[in-house]
Design a protein around this ligand. Structure first.
Ligand SMILES: [Zn+2]
Ligand SMILES: [Zn+2]
Ligand SMILES: [Zn+2]
Ligand SMILES: [Zn+2]
Ligand SMILES: [Zn+2]
Ligand SMILES: [Zn+2]
Length: 180
């Protein structure tokens, strides 16, 4: 009789421990039969979604030129003109023959500048500027970032417009537990 009493005393202490280990064993090692193919991804583990970066377009607006395709020429600040350094943009230079006086050494009117003292700048043909060599006088240059297209290929989806994302339903496993 003494043995029986001892067992009754210990058993309730052991019971919660036994139940715990039993249930944790069951959830950590379910068999293959406990799984079914994930409907969300048809067992692939991933789903194809529209790329959120480019909204499915495959291209995004060039951030460098804001989609315009051209950028202001940095050499001429968009003017298309390059001030003539020979005449400082005035288009004329002091007459070489009379040094700007308008008279020759005999005191007569200079034959080269007709008494004006200036001659037309030969470097810019009197315009005072040259067409900007960098942009050929247009003031804008094709955007180097997008080759003048105004948009660039979306890096997120490599231009496909769609991306593969891990299936949230099955965490990419392609299968889910039954009755889940
Ligand atoms: Zn899935
Ligand atoms: Zn994209
Ligand atoms: Zn651009
Ligand atoms: Zn320019
Ligand atoms: Zn002269
Ligand atoms: Zn000039």
């Amino acid at each position: 009789m003494k043995h029986r009493i001892l067992f009754n005393f210990i058993y309730p202490l052991l019971l919660p421990c036994l139940l715990n280990s039993c249930s944790s064993n069951k959830s950590s090692s379910p068999s293959e039969d406990d799984y079914v193919e994930c409907e969300e991804c048809e067992g692939n583990g991933y789903v194809i979604k529209e790329c959120s970066e480019c909204e499915g377009e495959g291209n995004i607006t060039c951030s460098y030129c804001y989609g315009r395709g051209g950028v202001r020429c940095s050499m001429c600040f968009g003017s298309g003109r390059d001030e003539c350094v020979s005449c400082n943009g005035t288009g004329r230079k002091e007459c070489f023959s009379c040094n700007g006086s308008g008279y020759d050494s005999d005191g007569d009117q200079c034959g080269m500048c007709w008494g004006d003292g200036y001659e037309r700048c030969s470097m810019c043909f009197g315009k005072g500027y040259d067409d900007c060599f960098s942009c050929n006088g247009r003031g804008v240059k094709p955007c180097s970032n997008c080759d003048g297209e105004g948009y660039v290929e979306c890096e997120e989806c490599s231009g496909y417009g769609k991306v593969k994302v891990e299936c949230e339903e099955c965490n990419g496993e392609g299968k889910v537990l039954k009755d889940n």
